[in-house]
Design a protein around this ligand. Structure first.
Ligand code: PSU
Ligand code: MN
Length: 307
């Protein structure tokens, strides 16, 4: 039996030390590793992303739940479990207490990772693309829990926008309604995940990591609801997925999901996997380019924030 004295939230020694002395820390999620990328590439990527953070002079904190404990910062063995263990759950924020109670293991989505990072005292988090409002939401009501968590969690999330499998304009509208701050990084339009741009305009543009840190200080100075800051960082144009190929394969993927009745938590991994296969791996390269860029930028913001 776990007693109340047992910590349910366990930062690694390295992360604890960095947080204690105010050194820059960047949170990384694990669902992208376990459910968003194919094996064996996913383990390489998990290691590579941590290396990008370290090279920038910050400490990586990959977050996951292992045997009921929310781990903030994984060691090599734990990272390998996330990448290779079969039957690993995909945990949103609402799943965390259940996983803890049942001593289950799972990868954390943006919603669960943001929540846990903020609880642990980490302010900056990098991922690929956020979840959001799904196409067909008027009927299915499928909207990622990522959005709700970002509306009540003080975290800065660097991402290449929201996944292009989603209804992007409706997602932007939800972010506006829920009061989530959005700034484009060196762009005036919202990025399109695999694509450099979604074509949707955004209101604010920043051009330096220090500006992101200044916005964060502004959030704290104003106080009020603990909302997130989304720093929307596009994949470089020369590394994006070919837009015509993207549109064609995404159309097929959406039709296949419909035909096979894929719903709920399974839909995002299904579509991403379909795109990887349908583009001969090109979507994977674009996804990775986006994530790498986001992790690098998040590290620079973490350095500016730690000043
Ligand atoms: N970014 C990626 N690949 C991913 C994800 C993000 O490049 O697989 C994951 C994140 O964990 C995000 C989740 O929270 O997809 C969204 O899932 P859903 O639509 O079921 O909320
Ligand atoms: Mn969903």
């Amino acid at each position: 039996m776990r007693t109340t004295a047992d910590p349910i939230l366990q930062p690694s020694d390295e992360v604890s030390a960095a947080l204690a002395d105010g050194s820059p820390v960047v949170a990384l999620e694990s669902t992208i590793i376990s459910h968003g990328l194919p094996q064996p590439r996913n383990l390489e990527v998990a290691r590579e992303l941590e290396a990008v953070v370290r090279d920038a002079g910050a400490v990586p904190a990959t977050i996951a739940v292992l045997d009921g404990i929310a781990k903030i910062g994984l060691n090599e063995v734990e990272l390998e479990r996330i990448a290779t263990e079969s039957g690993l759950r995909k945990l949103g924020q609402r799943d965390l207490p259940v996983a803890a109670a049942l001593k289950a293991s799972g990868a954390t989505t943006v919603s669960a990772t943001s929540f846990l990072a903020a609880r642990a005292g980490i302010r900056i988090f990098a991922t690929g693309g956020l979840g959001g409002v799904h196409r067909g939401w008027t009927v299915e009501q499928d909207e990622s829990a990522d959005l709700d968590t970002l509306a009540r969690t003080r975290i800065t999330i660097v991402c290449a926008g929201v996944k292009s499998i989603l209804d992007v304009p409706s997602t932007l509208q939800r972010l506006e309604t829920r009061g989530v701050t959005v700034a484009g990084y060196r762009t005036d339009t919202f990025p399109g995940f695999y694509l450099h741009t979604s074509g949707e305009p955004i209101d604010w543009r920043i051009d330096a990591p220090e500006q992101a840190a200044a916005i964060m200080r502004g959030q704290d100075a104003f106080g009020g609801p603990e909302t997130a800051l989304i720093v929307a960082n596009p994949v470089p144009e020369d590394q994006q997925l070919d837009p015509a190929l993207h549109d064609r394969v995404l159309g097929e993927a959406l039709a296949a999901a419909d035909r096979e009745n894929v719903t709920g938590q399974a839909i995002t991994p299904f579509l991403l996997d379909y795109l990887v296969r349908g583009t001969g791996g090109a979507s994977l390269e674009a996804n990775l380019a986006a994530v790498r860029g986001n992790v690098a930028l998040a590290s620079r913001i973490a350095l500016a924030w730690a000043q």
